[in-house]
Design a binder for this molecule. Structure first.
Ligand code: AMP
Length: 287
């Protein structure tokens, strides 16, 4: 069965009123791939009804970013939603979502200004503002997010805690190509040569994670060594950052850190901005 497709608030309200039981929600910007499919499948397990939103949110794009060329593949997206048994697709236009430019917005605080937030000022404020609006519109019991966007996930969890949002947040591990490249809607921008360079991101992360027993400095050194090779590739990777951070705050961890961490990397290949991360754990060190 094809899902109900709602394009206005009225259509959404009518379709939402017909959903019964636990509602699980997957917010997306469309151009759906196997990473999104994994989130939808998790939502299917968690909810009696599944809602997917498809909305490319202008608020989270900077002036020199790819809002206008962001891939839009609505018919294929609906085909995937149909195959995965999605009940309702919420697909507002920017005019429906923002009838007037919003004046009151969410602030992502310090966590929104570090790591990816330092490279993309205002990005996470835009993300949280739209996620909160989507939560109010869809009224889900549980919402599913990908660990691929680890800082976004941490901020959404923090928003839910800080503002008492009555939605449970569920995370799904990053889905990768067989060669390690994290699936992303932006991968479609890559030429074959650029795609070969993009593989260095996950290779650097895996090389770093494999050194976890030797501590944070060894992890970062190992990842950096791979990224130095990537900078010499043709075309080269232009590194934005590689950091080892606390998964809840995205503050960088110290050289003696024990416990969970996230190794996060971002860079540009050609004109395409790519991010990736892997979780890791540091045990107590013997001295
Ligand atoms: P996007 O459409 O890029 O805004 O992503 C929508 C949701 O899918 C977010 O929660 C992402 O973290 C998640 N997502 C994107 N790529 C992947 C992936 N490769 N594996 C798992 N989740 C993903």
């Amino acid at each position: 069965m094809t899902p109900v497709i709602a394009r206005t608030r009225e259509e959404l309200a009518a379709a939402r009123a017909r959903l019964r039981g636990t509602v699980a929600f997957v917010p997306t910007m469309g151009a759906l791939h196997a990473g999104h499919r994994s989130l939808i499948r998790r939502a299917r397990e968690l909810g009696d009804a599944v809602v997917v939103s498809i909305f490319v949110n202008p608020l989270q794009f900077g002036p020199n970013e790819d809002l206008d060329r962001y891939p839009r593949t609505f018919d294929e997206d609906i085909a995937m939603c149909t195959a995965e048994g999605v009940d309702l697709v919420w697909a507002p236009t920017p005019e429906v979502m923002y009838p007037v430019t919003p004046q009151v917005r969410l602030s992502s605080g310090r966590m929104g200004t570090v790591v990816e937030g330092a490279a993309r000022p205002g990005h996470f404020d835009g993300v949280l503002t739209v996620v909160m609006k989507l939560f109010h519109q869809v009224r889900p019991d549980v919402a599913v997010f990908g660990a691929k966007d680890a800082q976004q996930l941490a901020l959404v969890r923090r928003m839910v805690t800080d503002l008492d949002v009555p939605v449970r947040i569920e995370a799904v591990p990053t889905v990768r190509e067989p060669d390690g490249l994290a699936l992303s809607s932006r991968n479609r921008y890559l030429s074959e040569a650029e795609r070969a360079t993009a593989r260095y991101l996950s290779r650097a992360l895996q090389t770093g994670v494999d050194r976890a027993v030797d501590g944070p400095l060894a992890v970062l050194d190992a990842a950096r060594a791979v990224l130095e090779e990537a900078a010499k590739a043709d075309p080269p990777l232009h590194l934005d950052y590689v950091v080892l951070v606390d998964p809840d705050t995205f503050e960088e961890v110290g050289r003696d850190h024990v416990g969970e961490a996230v190794l996060a990397v971002a860079g540009k290949v050609g004109t395409t901005h790519l991010i990736d991360n892997m979780p890791l754990r540091f045990g107590p060190r013997e001295s």
